[in-house]
Design a protein around this ligand. Sequence first.
Ligand code: 5RP
Length: 228
Amino acid sequence: MADLSVQNKQKKAAAEAAIEFVKPDDIIGVGTGSTVSYFIDALGRMQIPIRGAVSSSEDTTQKLQKIGIEVLDLNQVSRLSVYVDGADEITEHGAMIKGGGAALTREKIIASVADKFICISDGSKLVPVLGHFPLPVEVIPMARSAVARALHLLGGQPNYRMGVTTDNGNIILDWSGLRITNPKELERTVNQITGVVTVGLFACRGADVLLLGTDQGVRKIVFTSGAA
Ligand code: 5RP
């Protein structure tokens, strides 16, 4: 097996730790990204008899189907026990930036339905303040310039992610130069801009548990008061 970088080892360890939240007969939500790929690998090895999964992207759907997990339409499902996903940044209060893989809209929809959001990440993702990672915003294509101007007025610099179309047929603006001290307020503000489909701030519905890969092992942080 190829030697994994420290970061990938931490991702893999965090992803494998998330298996404890998956119970027989569950329907689970599955996010997108390299950390989630390790989680799907672990699901395949563990062979827990779950009823199926709701997927946040075409990429994840393919990976789940490859290991024999039935992928369900969210409209067929009334309850998800857990949603397991990575993050680009996360605070000690469970607020996150997500969308580096452009799957933020489906990720946010599934997270909104799940009983528990389990975030899996390597140690580099835990930050005191969100915003060093450019904040992804999914936008209806015809509103690209109008939304970019509106974001610019709020501060920072929105940049068009060239060559990327989301699974929903939209474009992504990556908004850099931010220092997000009140993520819930910024999430609500950006949600109000016409043409915005989803902002990659997950603060109003943040993570419930963070499984953080570190050199000392997987640190489990349980958030009790909601993302701030
Ligand atoms: C995809 C995401 C991912 O969770 C985020 O980008 C982290 O990815 P990775 O696990 O590859 O570091 O939000 O839209």
